[in-house]
Design a protein around this ligand. Structure first.
Ligand SMILES: [Fe+2]
Length: 295
């Protein structure tokens, strides 16, 4: 099987590629992993169709790309978890495999995934890559959309670029969930998810490209009045998620999609909440907090 990597986004040929000619479950060589990392540096989102992986195989594949995160961003209490702490549970299922009730706290918290975000920007060291495997998908809906933060940066006017360059935002899951009116946090969760600083502009170490670093977790900008900061973040998000910068992935069972959180935002879309949707995510951590990375 020869590895094949080809762009599939009709709007931009440097954003989203499909990768075939490998069997992730069987394991990949270091050389193949390096080709994949080169490709994600260029395309930011990679789609691997028909990868029937279990959690262990997905995890082993992910370890080629850096240190792994644990699922400390999930809300379910330890005894309540369906999956191991190595796997982020992006499903609407309880630990017995039953669909969560409409008003279940875990489900309501999970709706935050429908806001544009980057994974784990609420952690001091945010996520580098996310790898999401579609085990069970609903009949319709439930797409994942991606927005290219490099293109969004390139198209900003020079004045806004200059304004943004030194800015540092504060990110927390308390902010993103607050946007939806969800505030049922325990004291332990409030402490765990205290805001962390993140640069608003990043330089990608693989491509050298600059990007806007945004997420619905961003609740303020250091040194700014909160309403002004939130208005600016909202304006930037509106700019960065215009149709021309986005790609909608329509899931097929056994798709595995890998994206670069340093270069894109993403969001889930609505689906029938009475149908099971079971997605398993492994997450590769970045090398350091964004403020410690060269701009
Ligand atoms: Fe996400």
């Amino acid at each position: 099987m020869a590895l094949s990597i080809r762009p599939i986004n009709p709007k931009r040929d440097d954003f989203v590629a499909e990768v075939t000619g490998l069997d992730i479950a069987a394991g990949v060589s270091k050389a193949v992993a390096e080709e994949i990392e080169d490709a994600i540096n260029r395309y930011a989102v990679l789609v691997f169709p028909e990868q029937r992986v279990n959690d262990d195989q997905q995890y082993v594949f992910s370890t080629h790309f850096g240190p792994m995160e644990t699922a400390t961003g999930d809300i379910a209490a330890q005894g309540d978890r369906r999956l191991s702490m190595d796997i982020n549970d992006i499903s609407n299922l309880d630990k017995n495999g039953q669909v969560l009730q409409r008003d279940d706290r875990r489900r309501l918290f999970g709706l935050g995934n429908m806001l544009w975000h980057t994974d784990s920007s609420f952690k001091a060291t945010p996520a580098k890559f996310s790898l999401l495997s579609a085990r069970t998908i609903p009949g319709e809906g439930g797409n994942t959309e991606f927005a290219d933060m490099r293109a969004a940066w390139d198209d900003l006017d020079p004045k806004t670029q200059a304004d943004l360059m030194p800015l540092v935002a504060e990110h927390s899951q308390l902010y993103s969930r607050g946007l939806l009116g969800f505030d049922q946090f325990t004291d332990e969760e409030r402490a765990k998810w205290a805001p962390v600083p993140q640069r608003m502009v990043r330089r990608h170490p693989g491509s050298g490209r600059l990007s806007v670093f945004l997420a619905s977790h961003a609740g303020t900008i250091q040194g700014w009045p909160i309403p002004e900061a939130r208005m600016f973040i909202r304006d930037l998000t509106e700019h960065a998620t215009q149709r021309e910068y986005t790609y909608a992935h329509r899931w097929r069972q056994y798709d595995l999609v890998m994206w670069d959180n340093r270069a894109v935002m993403h969001r889930a879309r609505r689906y029938d909440h009475t149908q099971p949707r079971d997605m398993h995510r492994t997450t590769v951590a970045d090398c350091a907090p964004t403020l410690e990375q060269p701009l």
